[in-house]
Structures are given as C-alpha cells and as structure tokens.
Design a protein around this ligand. Structure first.
Ligand code: GLY
Length: 301
C-alpha cells in the first residue's frame, strides 16, 4: 500500500491520473508527462472561465488521445481484438451525470459522455444505443482500426499466448477538478480489461463506482480492478469516509485499503474536496498523476 497526498495549492485545481498498474521504469516519464499535459489543459480551461466539468473533460480528452494510456486511442483490446470504450462524467453541483459503455468507434468517449450529461434524459447509454446517440449528436465515427495501436495488438497477442491470464490492463484515465467557487466535477475513461469478453462493462462508466462528483463531499475518479470496484462502489466508499469526518488523504487511503482487504482488489483513486483538499492513493506499484492549481503544480508516478 502506498498513499501519497498533498495540499496547499489554491483553488481552482485539476488533478488527473493515468491508471493504477505497474508501468515499466523506462516508460514512467512518458506517463507522467502525459498526465502533466492533461492537467495543464484542464487548468487552462478553468483559467479561461470554464467550469470544473469543462476542465475535467479537457483533461480526459488529452489522456484519451495519448496512446500510452488505456483509453481512447491505444485502449486495451477485448477478446475479439476490438476497442470497446467506457467513460463517464459527473458535475457536483446538481449531480448531473452522463456515461457511455461499449462504444467502439469514437475517438473521445468522454465527449460523448458530456453530450449524454447535457441531454439529461438518461445517464448511461451502451453499445448500439450509445453509437446511435453519438451519431445523432454529430460526433464523427472513425474506423475502429484507427483507434488500435501496435502496442495494444501486441498486448492482446501476449495475453492469448499466456492462456488469457491477467486481464487487467491498467492505464484507465481520469480527472477531478474544483473551480474557484468550490464546484466539483469528475470523469473517467477506459478501454477496460485486456481480453475482456464482448459486452463486459467495468466500473468506469458507473456513477458511484468509477466516478463521483458531489459538492457535499468530493469528486473521485477510480482505476483498477473494475469488478471489485463495482462490487464495493469505491467512489461512494471514499465519499462516505469524508462525510464521516476523515481527511482527504485518509478517505483515499481507507477506500483503497478496504477494496484490497475485502475483495483483494488492486486499485487507485484521486479525490478533491470543495475546499481544494486533494489526495491520491494506490495499492499498485504505480499510478501516474499530475495536479495543476493556482498555487503551482506537481506530478509523479
Ligand atoms: N477500472 C477499469 C475497468 O476495470 O474497466
């Protein structure tokens, strides 16, 4: 268990993660740099007068576009060699939420999730319904192959050669933000587990599991063992620790520890409160992160 946390950056701020896992040492800087670029892009939106939700969306889009992460372009492939994206977004002021699951041919699922949130009729669209919604909303469909990288193909080939063991790809991405008035947002995006069965959804598109934003407690984005995170509702667990009076650091640490102890689940999460207290925790070897706020920036893995 490794828990790191920080504080002292002034509002507003954006905190991002590039997934809990075990990034080889020679690739760690690439992941940190990607997180730094994403957090800066999110903070730029806040500086331009954008909302916390705008900042989260902008940050996650950067991470989706970077092939080193398991989201958007370069996402982990399913058992049939296809990209199948899950993503969600939530706003803390009114609990507005939007999510998509098993979306296969759009570069930025987080943008489709934003459109679901703005429409406000439903929270989660999956598969063909999610695709129809995205097309109706004017998103450009791309050849699914355009989202597949050589690295993702090689990872699936190794997974198959190893007999389908160890399907957790790591590298899910996410962001949380708080604006200058204390309003929160959170978002998460992933390709899910390597070699997953067609139709499998993990925690990332599920509000209260992979993503949560509630101005009465905190904004959270989770990464890790999706089945375990779903069973526990990990984001809500972290928020409940905060509501019970724990600090941001303790809430993050206790939630990740509970997943490990109760379900032997590996995970990581990032968290921010309306006051700008933030923390990250992981039970894995690595989780890249970056935070950019009015008081400066930090990044690491
Ligand atoms: N945590 C991402 C997934 O399991 O799909």
């Amino acid at each position: 268990m490794n828990v790191e946390s920080g504080g002292g950056l002034l509002l507003p701020l954006v905190l991002v993660h590039g997934g809990a896992g075990n990034v080889p040492s020679e690739r760690r800087e690439l992941h940190v740099e990607g997180c730094r670029a994403a957090a800066r892009a999110g903070y730029q939106r806040l500086s331009e007068g954008g909302s916390a939700l705008d900042a989260v969306q902008a940050a996650v889009k950067v991470l989706e576009d970077l092939p080193q992460f398991n989201a958007g372009t370069g996402a982990a492939l399913n058992a049939e060699g296809q990209v199948s994206h899950d993503a969600s977004l939530m706003r803390g002021s009114d609990l507005a939420a939007g999510a998509v699951g098993a979306l296969m041919s759009f570069r930025n699922p987080i943008e489709v999730a934003r459109a679901v949130l703005e429409e406000g009729r439903h929270v989660l669209y999956v598969g063909p319904g999610a695709r129809a919604f995205a097309i109706e909303r004017g998103f450009t469909e791309v050849e699914a192959e355009a989202l597949v990288t050589e690295e993702a193909r090689a990872a699936l080939a190794k997974f198959r050669a190893d007999g389908g063991s160890g399907g957790w790809a790591g590298g899910t991405v996410g962001a949380v933000a708080v604006d200058a008035t204390g309003q929160l947002a959170a978002g998460t995006s992933t390709g899910g587990t390597l070699g997953k069965r067609v139709g499998r959804l993990g925690d990332s598109p599920i509000i209260g599991a992979g993503t949560l934003a509630d101005d009465s407690s905190c904004a959270v984005s989770c990464t890790g063992d999706g089945e375990a995170i779903l069973k526990l509702g990990l984001s809500q667990v972290a928020a409940s620790y905060l509501r019970a009076g724990e600090s941001a650091e303790q809430a993050a640490r206790l939630a990740v520890t509970r997943l490990q102890e109760r379900l032997q689940g590996a995970s990581g999460l990032i968290l921010v409160t309306p006051q700008g207290r933030f923390a990250w925790a992981r039970s894995t070897a690595t989780m890249s992160f970056a935070v950019v706020g009015a008081g400066g920036e930090q990044a690491g893995i």
